[in-house]
Each structure stands twice: as C-alpha cells, then as structure tokens.
Design a protein around this ligand. Structure first.
Ligand SMILES: Cc1cc2nc3c(=O)[nH]c(=O)nc-3n(C[C@H](O)[C@H](O)[C@H](O)COP(=O)(O)OP(=O)(O)OC[C@H]3O[C@@H](n4cnc5c(N)ncnc54)[C@H](O)[C@@H]3O)c2cc1C
Length: 440
C-alpha cells in the first residue's frame, strides 16, 4: 500500500481540492472518507448514530466471542449477550420509540430499516450471533404486521418495554416450516399444494395444537413462538398464527440440527403434543395466517439481505487485510493489479448490494417482488464475495483462525432460509403476474 501511495505522490499531480475555488471545494469530494462513511452520511441523523453505535457494539461485544460461539454454541452464555444488546435497544428495533428503539424518521421509511442497519453491522463480525440476536424480530413480526392493537398491547409492548426499559432477555421465534412443508409455505403455488401436518382443533375457550415444526431459529431458547397451524379438517386457507409460550404443557423442543454455518443460533424441532392455547393467543385474524406469513417474509427478507451483506463485508475485510500483509515473492499481494482488480470488483458488488437494500427499505409497505429481489441478489452477491475472499487467501482462508471460512459457511445459509433464492426469484415473477408482467 505504501508503495502505491508513494507512486501517486511521485506523480506530483495537484489532486488536492485546495487548488479549487471555495465554492468548488464545497461541491467536490475530499476523497478522505471510506465507503462506509460515505454511505453513512446519506442516512438521516438518527440512522447515522445507530449505524455507528451498532458497529461499536459489534466490535466490542460480538467479535470477541464469534469463534467460541461457532465452535461451541451449546457452551456459549446467551444471557449476557442478550442483556447487553437489550440494554442498548438492539432487540427492539422493529417498533418506534419509546416502546421500541426505532427513531421515527427511520420507522417511517420502513419498519425494518433500523433492523437492517444493525443486522449488517453485527453480521460484519459474525453471522451466527447476529442470527441469534435478530431472529426475535421474525418472531415478533406477525404481532406487529397482524395489526391487532389488542395483541400489540398484550404481547409486543410488554416484551419490548421489558427489553428496552429493564434489559430483560426474553426472546421469540417464528415457525412455519414443517417436515413436509419448506419452500411450499413460502410461495402461493407451493402453498396451494402444501402437505401441512400442524393442526389446531377448536375447543372451549381456545385451540389445541398438534404437530411438528422444523429448523426453527432460536426455537430451543425462545420464551414464545409465533406458530402457524391449519384448522382441523381444513386446508391452508384456514392457516392461523398462534402465539405459543414455551411453558405451555405439551410443548417440547426436539432435535437440534447440527448446522454447517450460523452455528451460534440453534435450529430446532418444535413438538406440539395437545398444546392448549387460549383464543386470545391468535395473532392477526382466524384463518388469516397465509397473508400474515407472506407479509412477515416480505418484512424480513431485506433484513436477511443486510445480514448477508454484513457477512460478505466481514469476509472481504479479512481478505483485504491479508493482501496488505502477504508477500508473494518480494511483492505484497496488494501491489499486483490483478489483485486490485479483484478487490475493486468486490467493493463494487458490496456497494451495489447495500444500495439496493437501502433503496428497497424506502418502501413503507414492502412489496413482495422488491423484498424477494433484494434478498436473492444480496445473498447471491454475498456468497460470491465470501468465495472470492477465500480464493484470495488460499490455504490461509481455509483455516478457522482467519475467520473467512466461518463467513463462507455462514453466508451460504442466507441463500437458503426465508425461501431459497430460486423461490424468491419465482416470487418476483408471481408478484408481477398481477401487473401483467410490466416488471419495469
Ligand atoms: C438453519 C436454518 C434456519 C431456519 N430457520 C427457520 C425459522 O426460524 N423458521 C421457519 O419457519 N423456518 C426456518 N427455516 C426453514 C427454511 O426457511 C427452509 O428450509 C427453506 O425455505 C427451504 O425449504 P426446504 O428446506 O423444505 O427446501 P425444499 O422446499 O425441499 O426445496 C428443495 C429444493 O427445491 C427447490 N424448489 C422447491 N420448490 C420449487 C419450485 N416451485 N420451483 C423451483 N424450485 C423449487 C428449492 O429451491 C430447493 O433447491 C430454516 C432453515 C434452516 C436451514
């Protein structure tokens, strides 16, 4: 790097903006900010503050534990991390102040804007702990998007107030996936033929749930889960969302999956064996589960895109650092133009993904095609960048201690969950069938 700077210096070209008139100086970039700083400047003041705060938190409280939580997720102390995150308002980003922590300027752009900002910063140091801290947003989303004010007062507000005001470490999860229904419950065509096994039977004062959900992020540690079940004897058109507290009789956690990446967060099987839930635990409307599910996914996909971007940034940073230190023969890797071209391409891609995510989050009501395009593009791009980072680092990239292999494993998941990227691409087309394919 020093060599490159020296070479530029030797050219003696008058690049300084001091050579311009005062008004001109106002209009030109001084060329001293990082891309991170330049992008941060485009946010409203509250967004700028949160972005900086999230980066600081990630460096201080997530990064030091990333390796440990990946290698030994069972032995990791969740409580401490949740407590610190709760106290600083990172677990309540989907609702405005003073109940949640979202500044009104950001919330009025999109309810997930602050979550996406935080998710990128956290994921830039670790994907697994980020999923652990972000998954509760998915659990809470049906309550927010269901729009039932009494449910918001009963569940969301106490949960959020407990977290932001008293630093309580409760957590939530979201359960749609079943042994025979994965992608099927993530698009309309699949939904129409989905073989659903989780049922809710009407009884006095409530419903009795039976069935199994699979791959539920944070399922084993959640205090409550928003669970989607069809009514007994009916099909998916009767799908209804129920809030199931983990203390309810008949609820148990089954198998914990042994995952390739994002290992710090558990993906668990949830078993419902005659679990009674009162009628007041219905979230949204009875038989309103399908649109609620779709809107929840639309709400959360841009935040998943931001997680993917963060992980790619983490991998890129490791690779960049490596090229600055590693010698090939007598030359530092970064001095080779081939390497510079690779790095420049990665920067372009990272920046394009962030621009897309932030642009998408300007939609107050998130359209399906935009949510899906954002998630699929950002996670595919992130995967490419993590892979290229590993390539640049050669055998060193393959070593656990250098972090890139962890980002590489972690980021792969963002192409799979919240609908595989194939399904998300189909969702773009499905949405625009309604507009007679006038996509652009
Ligand atoms: C670690 C992890 C965490 C998860 N967390 C949660 C969670 O918190 N809550 C939750 O409810 N779920 C969760 N999931 C489930 C996740 O969303 C689904 O696994 C995912 O959507 C894919 O579904 P599937 O595994 O059944 O794949 P399948 O549906 O079996 O797909 C298999 C293949 O077929 C393709 N395919 C399927 N349908 C079509 C089609 N119509 N056209 C073209 N190709 C198609 C898919 O793209 C894929 O390549 C999680 C999954 C994982 C792995």
């Amino acid at each position: 790097m020093d060599n490159i700077e020296q070479k530029i210096e030797q050219l003696k070209l008058p690049n300084s903006s001091k050579k311009l008139h005062a008004v001109g100086r106002l209009l030109v970039d001084k060329g001293v900010d990082s891309l991170w700083d330049l992008d941060t400047k485009t946010l409203p003041a509250s967004g700028r503050r949160w972005r900086k705060k999230a980066r600081k938190f990630a460096e201080e409280h997530i990064k030091p534990f990333a390796q440990q939580a990946d290698l030994n997720p069972e032995g990791f102390d969740n409580n401490l991390l949740f407590k610190k995150a709760a106290k600083q308002g990172f677990l309540t980003t989907a609702f405005p102040k003073p109940i949640g922590s979202a500044p009104l300027r950001l919330f009025s752009k999109n309810a997930a804007f602050l979550t996406a900002i935080v998710a990128e910063e956290f994921a830039a140091v670790d994907g697994g702990l980020t999923l652990k801290l972000m998954a509760p947003n998915l659990g809470i989303a049906p309550i927010l998007l269901g729009g039932d004010v009494s449910a918001i007062f009963r569940y969301l507000i106490p949960y959020y107030v407990g977290s932001t005001w008293f630093g309580k470490t409760k957590t939530m999860s979201f359960a749609i996936t079943e042994p025979n229904a994965g992608s099927d419950v993530e698009d309309n065509e699949g939904g129409a033929t989905a073989k659903l096994g989780t049922t809710a039977k009407k009884v006095k004062n409530g419903y009795v749930l039976n069935g199994t959900k699979l791959f539920i992020s944070n399922g084993a540690i959640s205090d409550a889960t928003t669970v989607f079940a069809k009514l007994e004897g009916e099909g998916i058109e009767s799908w209804t969302c129920f809030l199931v507290e983990s203390w309810r009789e008949g609820f148990t956690v089954g198998r914990h999956e042994l995952k390739m990446g994002q290992r710090a967060s558990d993906a668990s099987e949830l078993i419902f064996d005659n679990v009674f839930v009162p009628t007041k635990n219905i979230i949204g409307k009875l038989r309103g589960g399908w649109p609620l599910n779709k809107n929840t996914l639309n709400f959360s996909r841009p935040a998943v895109a931001a997680m993917a971007l963060g992980q790619a940034r983490g991998a890129f940073n490791s690779a960049l650092q490596y090229t600055k230190e590693k010698y090939v023969g007598n030359t530092k890797m970064i001095e080779f133009q081939e390497v510079q071209l690779e790095l420049a391409e990665m920067v372009q891609e990272l920046w394009a993904a962030r621009s897309l995510i932030w642009q998408s989050l300007n939609h107050f009501a998130m359209p399906q095609s935009i949510a899906s395009a954002t998630k699929a593009y950002a996670s595919d791009t992130a995967w490419k960048i993590a892979n290229k980072s590993m390539e640049l680092m050669g055998d060193d990239g393959y070593l656990h201690k250098n972090n890139v292999e962890r980002f590489w494993r972690d980021v792969r998941l963002t192409q799979i969950y919240e609908g595989t990227n194939q399904l998300n691409r189909l969702a773009i087309i499905e949405h625009h069938l309604k507009t007679d394919f006038s996509i652009l």
